[in-house]
Design a protein around this ligand. Structure first.
Ligand code: NAD
Length: 265
């Protein structure tokens, strides 16, 4: 018999082979959930699964499924796969990209705009759509859907990434509306808004350029970037019944970044 804050719940996580998705998969498994980890990269998924099994030897059901969230048929297959487990209880729509060629209004290529919206927005819509269909089909009266947005959906960033910023604003808006529309069915929808994290991508890019690093760290009241696991802990809360009255929220996990008044000195 599973124990933990998510005991017996069936969870699907997209982008589960990446930073936030993998840390969340580990914590969900530790908290007693059955977890279907999905990602566009089958190879990365296998490595991620091995890590979960190594770190959580007593985990319940943990499986992987390749899924490109921008393709509706694949998202449907992913959500429907847990019907055999008793049906979906938790969906973490977390997969997202920020393309290197994403830029300002003048320089963002249209193909990059479309690619970003297809994954970051349409992927979240497809996930929510098939979650609602699954929850109704399986006669669920409570469920939690968490969609990953970003602090750039809440405040302006001076480094241009217009397609990404637009996509995350859309995630906030669609999540909020779904939260209202489905509240009386017991389905909760919340957005997670992470601040920039201490991921290999960012750290490799910053390298040992201290000035570049300082320019960013100064915006954090605590003087540091966030860690993926700090996002994962928040997702466990939003997914659990402890958050039963938390709905339609823009849940910022940002070390206070969005509340900071920053001065040069
Ligand atoms: P990550 O790149 O480590 O993980 C993202 C995962 O999504 C990868 O495993 C990738 O293979 C997968 N993916 C990409 N395209 C996909 C697709 N079409 N279908 C399915 N999977 C796909 O990044 P992360 O930092 O863990 O980011 C997770 C989420 O958090 C993203 O939505 C991102 O925009 C958001 N976010 C990240 C930060 C940050 O600083 N890392 C800050 C704010 C928001």
């Amino acid at each position: 018999m599973a124990t933990g804050r998510l005991a017996g719940k069936n969870a699907v996580i997209t982008g589960a082979a990446g930073g936030i998705g993998l840390e969340t998969s580990i914590l969900f498994a530790k908290e007693g959930a059955n977890v279907l980890m999905s990602d566009i990269s089958a190879e990365a998924l296998e490595k991620a699964l091995a890590k979960v099994k190594q770190l959580v030897p007593g985990a319940g059901r943990v499986e992987v499924l390749k899924c490109d969230v921008s393709k509706e048929s694949e998202v449907k297959a992913m959500v429907d796969a847990v019907d055999a487990w008793g049906g979906l209880d938790i969906l973490f729509n977390n997969a997202g990209i920020m393309h290197a060629k994403d830029d300002d209004a003048v320089n963002t290529p249209e193909a990059i705009w479309d690619l970003t919206q297809n994954i970051n927005v349409k992927g979240v819509w497809f996930g929510c759509k098939h979650a609602v269909l699954s929850l109704r089909r399986n006669k669920k009266t409570r469920a939690s859907i968490i969609n990953t947005a970003s602090v750039v959906a809440l405040m302006g960033a001076a480094t241009p990434q217009l397609a990404y910023t637009t996509s995350k604003g859309a995630v906030l808006a669609l999540t909020r509306e779904l939260a209202m529309v489905h509240a009386r069915e017991g389905f909760r929808f919340n957005s997670l808004c992470p601040a920039p994290l201490n991921t290999p991508l960012l750290q490799d890019w910053l390298g040992d350029d201290q000035a570049k690093r300082n320019r960013r760290e100064v915006h954090f009241p605590g003087g540091r970037f966030g860690e993926a696991i700090e996002q994962a802990h928040a997702v466990v809360f939003l997914a659990s019944d402890e958050a039963s009255f938390v709905n339609g929220h823009d849940f910022a996990v940002d070390g206070g970044l969005t509340k900071a008044y920053v001065t040069a000195e």
